[in-house]
Design a protein around this ligand. Structure first.
Ligand code: UGA
Length: 446
């Protein structure tokens, strides 16, 4: 059991997963939210969103009696030594980062610390543009508490690298820990916590310490490079499509075997989505622009990504001659398998483009229908089963690589569709098995 008590402000992926993990590792942990319904749900052992293994982990955390969720920040701050900030930093209307929630939590912590005479460490875990931790969080807390950073309270920025669907594993077994620190004391406290938390895992997981702003930029550097790899693979797939017989899957496998590159995130397809890559790449483009630099490479990455959704529709349209009034089945709606998350999902861009062209769309997804409905409402139809989506369809587009879709056989398309024309936007169907049976149009293979 560790003596350090931890408050985590926010109950999203980072907040809730970290809270549960700290609890099972023996830390007294309090998660705070403003949502009474969410709070009650969590304390009952129900997760407010779907994440692989999280419900079991939450129950385990509750059973240790080290973990609870509370409404409001005061109790959590006053009953802890460390406050971790894990609130959302969504994309604003102008594509820049929206720091409203960060600003609010900093002000609340500042007010609470006013009458608190114990040293408190504040750790920003949310993704924030360089300068935010020091100039917004630190200074706002100083202003409202009347205390001095570096003396009365410490400040760290620890970026988070967990991916949805594997966030527990990523939290329990990260490949590195980045500690951005205001001063040595702040960094030492956080490093000590992770010494207890990770024990032997630290033999395979370096802890890198740096200043606050560098740590903030590591997170963007990471997500931008992963997004770059995807847009690069997508660009190469367009070049591959110009040459008969070339297959992007083989090409990227060949490229990825270079020890300096590696094969991960080189899967060409309908483009990337999710709550992180589009938001973060756009945020850092806006940040650079506001500081007088035009981030041309990153702009191109977003452009290629947008274009890939259109290209998927164009492939189908070329084959059908037109998609107007045609019934198009979309297989998969979530931004990736293993989640019901629809934020910035490629399916949204594909649907918008298809609707613009007058197509009738029926979508199928094993878990994301409810979330999809919140965005698409009745502009598309929803199928309960894949066969229902394919029934009498003029064409189909594979948008998410769910197992149920990769297991489909040529006959599943032939027996249901009016014309079996399928665009494989995720390269999960084996062309050699399908190409003589149906019209299969694979991204990155003419
Ligand atoms: C991503 C990062 O992988 C995490 O390290 C990071 O912590 C997280 O963002 C975040 O900033 O919070 P996530 O958005 O959950 O995690 O999902 P990924 O698995 O990275 O996939 C993102 C998108 O890229 C998906 O739409 C996926 O289909 C697409 N993708 C991924 C490709 O199109 N091709 C690939 O080769 C890999």
């Amino acid at each position: 059991m560790s003596e350090t008590k931890i408050a985590i402000h926010g109950t999203g992926f980072i907040g809730l997963v970290s809270g549960c993990c700290f609890a099972i590792k023996g830390f007294k942990t309090i998660n705070s939210t403003y949502d009474q319904i969410k709070c009650d749900q969590i304390n009952k052992g129900e997760t407010p969103f779907y994440e692989n293994g999280l419900e079991e982990l939450l129950r385990e955390a509750l059973a240790t009696k080290n973990f609870k969720c509370v409404v409001g920040r005061k109790y959590a701050v006053l009953n802890s030594d460390v406050s971790m900030i894990a609130v959302g930093t969504p994309m604003g209307k102008d594509y820049s980062i929206n720091l409203t929630f960060i600003e609010k939590i900093a002000e609340e912590i500042g007010q609470i610390l006013q009458n608190h005479n114990q040293y408190h460490l504040i750790v920003v875990r949310s993704t924030v543009v360089p300068g935010t931790t020091r100039n917004l969080v630190g200074k706002r807390i100083e202003k409202l508490s009347g205390k001095k950073m570096g003396e009365d309270f410490g400040l760290c920025m620890q970026p988070e690298f967990l991916a949805e669907g594997r966030s527990i594993l990523d939290t329990l077994e990260p490949d590195r820990i980045i500690i951005g620190e205001l001063d040595k004391k702040s960094g030492d406290i956080l490093q000590k916590i992770y010494g207890v938390f990770y024990e032997d895992h630290l033999n395979n997981c370096p802890i890198l310490r740096m200043n606050l702003e560098s740590a903030e930029l590591v997170k963007y550097g990471n997500n931008c490079l992963l997004a770059t790899k995807i847009s690069y693979a997508n660009e190469m797939s367009r070049i591959a499509e110009l040459v008969p017989g070339v297959d992007i899957v083989q090409v990227m496998r060949g490229v990825g075997l270079d020890y300096r590159i590696n094969e991960k995130f080189l899967r060409a397809g309908v483009g990337f989505g999710g709550s992180c890559f589009p938001k973060d790449v756009n945020a850092i483009i806006s940040f650079a622009r506001a500081h007088g630099y035009d981030a041309r490479l990153l702009r191109a990455i977003m452009e290629i990504n947008e274009d890939q959704a259109k290209h998927t529709v164009d492939l189908l349209e070329n084959e059908l001659k037109e998609v107007k009034n045609k019934k198009i089945a979309l297989l998969g709606l979530a931004f990736k398998p293993g989640t019901n998350d629809m934020r910035f999902a490629p399916s949204i861009r594909i649907i918008d483009y298809l609707l613009e062209k007058g197509a009738q769309i029926i979508g199928w997804d094993p878990v994301a229908e409810e979330e999809a409905f919140k965005i698409m409402k009745n502009s598309i139809l929803y199928a309960d089963k894949i066969e229902e989506a394919l029934l009498d369809a003029d064409g189909a587009i594979i948008v998410t690589e769910w197992d149920e879709i990769s297991q489909l056989q040529p006959n599943d398309f032939k027996k249901s569709m009016k014309t079996p024309i399928v665009v494989d936007g995720r390269r999960i169907l084996d062309p050699t098995k399908f190409q003589d049976e149906i019209t299969l149009l694979s991204i990155g293979k003419r």
